[in-house]
Design a protein around this ligand. Structure first.
Ligand SMILES: Nc1ncnc2c1ncn2[C@@H]1O[C@H](COP(=O)(O)OP(=O)(O)OP(=O)(O)O)[C@@H](O)[C@H]1O
Ligand code: SF4
Ligand SMILES: [Mg+2]
Length: 347
């Protein structure tokens, strides 16, 4: 059963200009027609380069930004149809963990008051003692001792701070946690510990995760399904293993070709696909396929004029490219200027 469902979700931010008479001169198409669903108890990994709209999508699910059009359904109910009180209750069941634990934790509050805040807002726990017991229990679950209660965020390491961020979400007994770049501010050695913790909590509490990252390597092991975003749209979605072994969209192929392979023979022989140029501005996205300005497989006319639908090319594998099948079959080759061989020159 899908617990979270997005249907043609769009978030466009107005760009305003003018000193005396401010007017809207355009829109940033931060999220531009995303449809996806997340199964209960599973992890959906959402990846894409900086500025492609990942955080905005996460915030739109929690209604922290206004939705321009489309729908977000939580357990089948459109969140837009909930009253203020119903939305407040839904919000405790939909939580978010942020990238920068220090920036998202109030430095003037100790850990107990950071965690108690949500409990008080949502009316959870009969008394202060009740809430404290729940907080201590949650801290233990995330691997922090009860003496953390009276300490302040700056007294902890980066990894411990992220554990506090996770505890803040977990204490409200959510069903879904949106983790926005949960480990990208952490040292590599600590990243695995935090990802393992997220996995442990998922199996203990049956949590559903939407994990946002710009790094494919981060989401690979914890995701059941991975969606790749480019300029506000989903360009590919598949089971995590399938996406890695058989990426079909040119953008995904290029992203994966940049990830080193820990096998020297394969590594030496592989081709690296270079993505030329910069990410276009989401305030004036390219016509047709959003990726056509950088795509090594771009074909005349159709790629420039017709926006490809995200369509199911194999069971559970959706791709937004007019030529996905031809590229997979090797009938279309990338422009050679965009392919670099990693093979070192032989002496
Ligand atoms: N409140 C806002 N008002 C106007 N534009 C915004 C706002 N929030 C985000 N944007 C713009 O929307 C686009 C998508 O931003 P978003 O933060 O969602 O990207 P992201 O994929 O999370 O990037 P990153 O990997 O850097 O976190 C960017 O061009 C950003 O500048
Ligand atoms: S539709 Fe065309 S431009 Fe877009 S990814 Fe496919 S081949 Fe490249
Ligand atoms: Mg972001």
């Amino acid at each position: 059963m899908s617990v979270l469902e997005l249907e043609d979700l769009k978030v466009h931010f107005p760009i305003r200009s003018g000193v005396v008479f401010e007017r809207t001169v355009g829109y940033v198409h931060a999220v531009d027609g995303v449809s996806l669903s997340v199964e209960a108890g599973s992890t959906y990994g959402l990846v894409g380069e900086s500025g492609c709209g990942k955080t905005t999508l996460g915030r739109a699910v929690l209604r922290l930004v206004d939705i321009t059009s489309g729908h977000v359904r939580f357990e089948g109910t459109d969140l837009a149809e909930l009253s203020g009180e119903q939305m407040r209750r839904a919000r405790s069941r939909l939580q978010m963990v942020f990238q920068d634990p220090l920036g998202s934790l109030d430095p003037r509050q100790n850990v107990e008051s950071i965690l108690a805040e949500g409990l008080e807002v949502h009316g959870i726990g009969r008394s202060r003692a009740d809430r404290r017991a729940k907080i201590v229990d949650t801290l233990e679950r995330v691997g922090l001792a009860s003496n953390a209660l009276s300490r302040y965020p700056h007294e902890f390491s980066g990894g411990q701070r992220q554990r506090i961020g996770i505890a803040r979400a977990l204490v409200l007994e959510p069903d879904v946690i949106i983790c926005d770049e949960p480990v990208s501010a952490l040292d590599v050695s600590v990243q695995a510990q935090v990802l393992n913790l997220l996995e442990e909590l998922q199996s203990a509490f049956g949590l559903t995760y939407l994990v946002i990252a710009h790094d494919l390597a981060v989401v690979r092991h914890i995701s059941d399904v991975i969606g790749v975003m480019y300029l506000g749209g989903l360009v590919e979605e598949a089971g995590a293993d399938e996406l890695y072994t058989e990426p079909m969209h040119p953008y995904t192929k290029a992203l994966l070709s940049a990830v080193p392979i820990p096998d020297p023979v394969v590594e030496d022989a592989r081709e690296q696909i270079l993505i030329p140029g910069d990410l276009p501005s989401p305030s004036s996205p390219p016509s047709g396929c959003r990726f056509h300005t950088r795509c090594p497989w771009r074909q005349p006319e159709r790629c420039d004029t017709e926006r490809p639908e995200l369509r199911e090319v194999a069971p559970g594998h959706r791709v937004a490219c007019h030529y996905a099948e031809e590229i997979l079959a090797g009938e279309l080759r990338p422009r050679s200027a965009d392919v670099a061989s990693d093979t070192p020159p032989r002496a």
